[in-house]
Design a protein around this ligand. Structure first.
Ligand SMILES: Nc1ncnc2c1ncn2[C@@H]1O[C@H](COP(=O)(O)OP(=O)(O)OP(=O)(O)O)[C@@H](O)[C@H]1O
Ligand SMILES: [Mg+2]
Length: 407
């Protein structure tokens, strides 16, 4: 039976590459035009450029941008009749010169036994092959810092590889190999200064990628939703909710990988529940898996009984209605719930003091209501990473404990 939620599941795979880059396209274009200009130079194609991220930030598009540059150059060169091959190597899994050269030889369909040859012989075969076919190649070395930190590759090896045009000149003197280095963060430059200073000083473009903001993530999520989900399954509101949760400017870690996975999980949860639309509870559940089912137990236990009642009333509202509720509606629910538990509801001023406190503790999201509602009403929800149903269970058990102690 075809899925009523997914149009194409592959769109959410880690290895899926969107045809068009809507975010980071500027960075990619810069690199593409630099390499393209080098292709047209008489002395040849000898550029080394660098993409690097920020410490501790993963899933921010480094590999994606590098892939896109290689892919675009293949398209462009095909159109202008230049032979070109983009080669991608994750050096994390290939930490010796021999392993790297063997991947290059393989990708170029070179008929040479890499095992039985020295690195120089293989490199020579590669350079000859490129000369004979008049083919240019861009070699992307991803996770480049791991290569620099590896004791398995010597400084000489690194020079031989990255300065192949000097070490093993082509028969016609035209170099046909350029590199795109991809590294996790700026420390790669000091590692390079230590091990291969001449190459560090010759790096062309250095492109620093920051963690994604929520509006960038929104664009990325929207593209995936349009490509991968059936129309009508997703709502902008929920894409915003995920984008806001992971956006660096909103306190998230700015990872596109996590944001895409969260959308995929929300869609899978919707599908598993037999729904044809992604709902608030699905998104919350997906996000909560990330926060390791984030329930701040100690904070909840330290709340006063009436704060717990307010929070419980809020979770009931969320479970019933989803999304935001108003402080007015919440107050009514709180009063009902208080009576149910045999407590006298607190008055207006005290209620608002509690709300403020809960907001300061980060247990609720509070914001002024938009136009159209009278008075100073605010709207309120649980933070998206808190799964309403689990919070409800916890709050009810805390309340029960307290009531037992009293009686
Ligand atoms: N600008 C973008 N547009 C569309 N998808 C993106 C973009 N940036 C990243 N992604 C997606 O996010 C996921 C992670 O991206 P990528 O692998 O490029 O990150 P990375 O910075 O290389 O991560 P790591 O630090 O783990 O190597 C991939 O699925 C990728 O398709
Ligand atoms: Mg990567």
């Amino acid at each position: 039976m075809p899925s009523r939620v997914f149009r194409d599941r592959i769109v959410f795979d880690e290895s899926y590459k969107p045809r068009k880059l809507l975010v980071r396209d500027m960075e990619a274009s810069l690199l593409i035009s630099r390499y393209k200009a080098r292709l047209e130079e008489i002395s040849g194609f000898t550029d080394v450029s660098l993409i690097y991220g920020s410490i501790g930030r993963v899933g921010i598009g480094k590999t994606t941008v590098a892939w896109y540059v290689g892919k675009n150059l293949e398209d462009i060169t095909r159109r202008i009749g230049v032979n070109f091959k983009s080669i991608y190597i994750n050096t994390f899994g290939a930490p010796t010169l021999h392993q790297i050269l063997s991947i290059i030889a393989d990708q170029l369909n070179l008929n040479i036994s890499v095992r039985g040859s020295s690195a120089i012989e293989v490199l020579k075969a590669i350079v000859d092959h490129l000369y004979i076919r008049d083919t240019f190649t861009l070699i992307t070395l991803d996770e480049f810092q791991s290569l620099l930190l590896s004791p398995k590759i010597s400084d000489d090896d690194l020079y031989t590889l990255l300065r192949v045009y000097e070490e093993i000149p082509s028969k016609d003197g035209i170099s046909r190999v350029s590199f795109l280095l991809v590294a996790s963060d700026h420390r790669v430059m000091s590692y390079m200064r230590e091990r291969i200073p001449q190459i560090e000083s010759q790096i062309g473009f250095r492109i620093h990628l920051k963690a994604y903001t929520s509006s960038e993530l929104k664009t990325i999520l929207l593209q995936r939703a349009e490509e991968g989900l059936e129309p009508g399954v997703w709502d902008d509101y929920y894409l915003d909710m995920i984008a806001d949760y992971f956006g660096e400017d909103k306190g998230g870690d700015g990872s596109a990988r996590k944001a895409i996975l969260a959308l995929r999980m929300a869609a899978e949860i919707a599908e598993a529940k037999g729904a044809t639309r992604i709902e608030e509870s699905h998104v919350r559940r997906a996000l909560s898996e990330y926060a390791l089912a984030y329930i701040p137990l100690d904070e909840l236990r330290s709340l006063s009984t009436h704060e717990i009642l307010i929070l419980l009333a809020l979770t009931n509202e969320i479970i019933e209605k989803g999304e935001w509720t108003t402080t007015g509606d919440l107050k009514i629910k709180y009063e009902e719930l208080s009576q149910h538990y045999g407590e006298t509801p607190r008055g207006h001023t005290q209620f608002h003091t509690y709300i403020k406190n809960l907001s300061t503790l980060g247990l609720i999201d509070l914001k002024p209501s938009s136009k159209g509602m009278r008075g100073r009403t605010s709207i309120i929800r649980l933070p998206p990473e808190m799964p309403a149903d689990r919070v409800k269970e916890v709050l009810e058990s805390i309340l029960l404990d307290r009531l037992k102690q009293r009686s």
